[in-house]
Structures are given as C-alpha cells and as structure tokens.
Design a protein around this ligand. Structure first.
Ligand code: THG
Length: 273
C-alpha cells in the first residue's frame, strides 16, 4: 500500500492559519512528521481562499519541498492553481483530481497532456456522485479513455471509487468495496486510490471504522490511500493486514515496525512473557 499523507490541507484550521500567516516552520514540521511516518506522497491543498489558491498552493509546494524529498499530490480543482504548482515541483507529482465533469476535463486534461503527471480520477461526472457500482464504472470509463488519448498510460491513473458515508447509506461500504473490485477487473493496470475519512462521517469513533474499511479495501484491491500517516492505530492495522494478505515479504515491514517499538500501545501485548 502506498500512502498519500493528507494533513497539509487548509480545510484544517491549523493549516489554514499557517498558510495565511506563511508559517514555514509549522508546514515543514507537518511535512517531516508525515514522511517519517511512512508517507510516499504528501497531499497539499489550499482551497480555503479561492482567490488566493494559486499563490497559497505555490507557497505550500515550495515550503514542503524545502523540508522533505517526496513527490506531492496537488489537491485542487483549479487549473490555474495546478498549472502554477506544477511549475514548482521537483518530482513528478500526482494531480488530484480529474473526473468526468466537463469543467474538470476541459481544465485539467491539457495539464495532464503537457506535464505527463500521474492523475487521480474520480468516478463521477456531471450527474454527480453515482449511487451504485455500475454507474461508477459508467462515469470512469470515458475519463480513462480521455486520459489514454492524452498519452497517459493506465499505470499513471489512480481511480478513486468515491467512498460515501455509511451513516447516510448503510450500503456505502459494500458499494465502495465492489467498485474497487470492478475497476480492478476492468482496468488491471490502473491504480486504485481512496480517501478514508468519508466512510465514517457521522459515526462515533471514526478511526475504528476507517481501520476496518482500510483492511477490507486492501483485500479488495486498493493499492493507494489518502490518510493520516500519524494515526498510529491505522498504521498498525495496515501493517497487520499486509502480513495477512502475504504482501509483506518475510514480514519485514511488520517485524521492523515491531523492533522500532511502533506496535506497542493500546492492544499490544507485553514484549516478554
Ligand atoms: N479523495 C481524493 N482526494 C481527497 C479526498 C478523497 N482529498 C481530500 C480528502 N478526501 C482527504 N484529505 C483529508 C484531509 C484532512 C482531513 C480529512 C481528509 C481531516 N479530517 C479531520 C481530522 O482528521 O481531524 C476530521 C474531520 C473534520 O475535521 O472534518 O482533517 O477522498 N482524491
């Protein structure tokens, strides 16, 4: 599983403050902590003040790159902000995101074509977020098709099945898992990438639901997740699930985390009998 660290998002109050005050130290620290915790990409999002988004996103990109050496996931629907940010990146980023919505296709396909960046593609279109599995496929097919025509191989496309809140529809979890399997079957070379926070919206102890979903989604074929790498319990669940699925060769990651003391804490047994 590859991890996109989600914390540098100015929908969070602390990040919003840091962006508006240009608090370099805060953002650097947040970048470093997420990378130390295993993030493969860092998501950066600066949509809180739409007028300022291009400047704010460029500042975030520059500030994060001064602190860490991982590629970025540029989280914006604003083509102007994305174009400005792409000019600043040192490593090929992911664009987060395109979809079947005409506005996004018109605005973001040219950026993909020019830059060759990888891209997250949401399984939705102008009709909104689909309610079931088949309409998710119907929404994502033309997007993958357009991306292929723009010269992007499926290996650089990360399909987001769009997980909805279980509190609003009890079947949301099952729909997301079935959508992951269906996209896997139809586009075997594409990646599958999902955020975790929507699923548990409106329920208590959200992190518990997020953990259960991550484990099941991993088994269904999710290979990339946008999550909080600093959530220790989530990381433990992930390490254990990869062991069980046989995706951690010689259980190296698991045993390494154990020796580093990362598996201790709530629920962990004492080290010696
Ligand atoms: N798919 C794609 N991109 C995404 C998402 C997705 N980008 C945004 C989002 N979902 C993932 N990023 C975040 C960033 C911060 C938080 C949640 C998701 C967050 N959550 C609060 C917390 O952890 O404290 C809790 C909820 C809240 O405060 O509202 O900060 O699905 N492609």
């Amino acid at each position: 599983m590859k991890i996109i660290g989600e914390r540098i998002n100015d929908s969070r109050a602390q990040v919003k403050r840091a962006v508006s005050e240009r608090d370099v130290a805060f953002i650097r620290r947040l970048a470093q902590r997420q990378v130390e915790a295993g993030a493969d990409w860092l998501d950066v999002s600066a949509g809180a003040s739409p007028q300022q988004e291009p400047d704010d996103l460029v500042w975030l990109v520059q500030t994060v790159q001064e602190a860490v050496d991982v590629p970025l996931c540029l989280d914006s629907a604003n083509p102007r902000a994305l174009a400005a940010a792409i000019k600043e990146v040192r490593q090929t980023p992911l664009i987060n995101s395109i979809s079947g919505e005409q506005m996004r296709l018109d605005g973001i396909l040219p950026l993909v074509r020019e830059s060759g960046c990888g891209v997250i593609a949401l399984a939705m279109d102008d009709k909104g977020v689909p309610s079931g599995v088949e309409d998710r496929l119907t929404a994502i097919r033309p997007v993958v098709d357009e991306l292929r025509r723009a010269g992007l191989p499926d290996e650089r496309v990360f399909v987001d099945p769009l997980v909805m809140a279980i509190a609003a529809n009890t079947e949301s979890g099952q729909i997301a898992l079935d959508a992951i399997r269906a996209v896997r079957a139809e586009f075997p070379d594409a990646h599958l990438c999902s955020g975790l926070s929507n699923i548990s919206f409106g329920l208590p102890v959200r992190t518990l639901i997020n953990r259960a979903f991550l484990t099941l989604a991993l088994a269904a074929g999710l290979d990339t997740a946008i999550l909080d790498p600093l959530d220790r319990e989530l990381r433990k669940a992930l390490l254990a699930a990869e062991v069980v699925l046989g995706r951690d060769r010689y259980c190296l990651n698991y045993t390494r985390a154990y020796r580093a003391g990362e598996l201790n804490g709530p629920g962990a047994k004492a080290r010696h009998k």
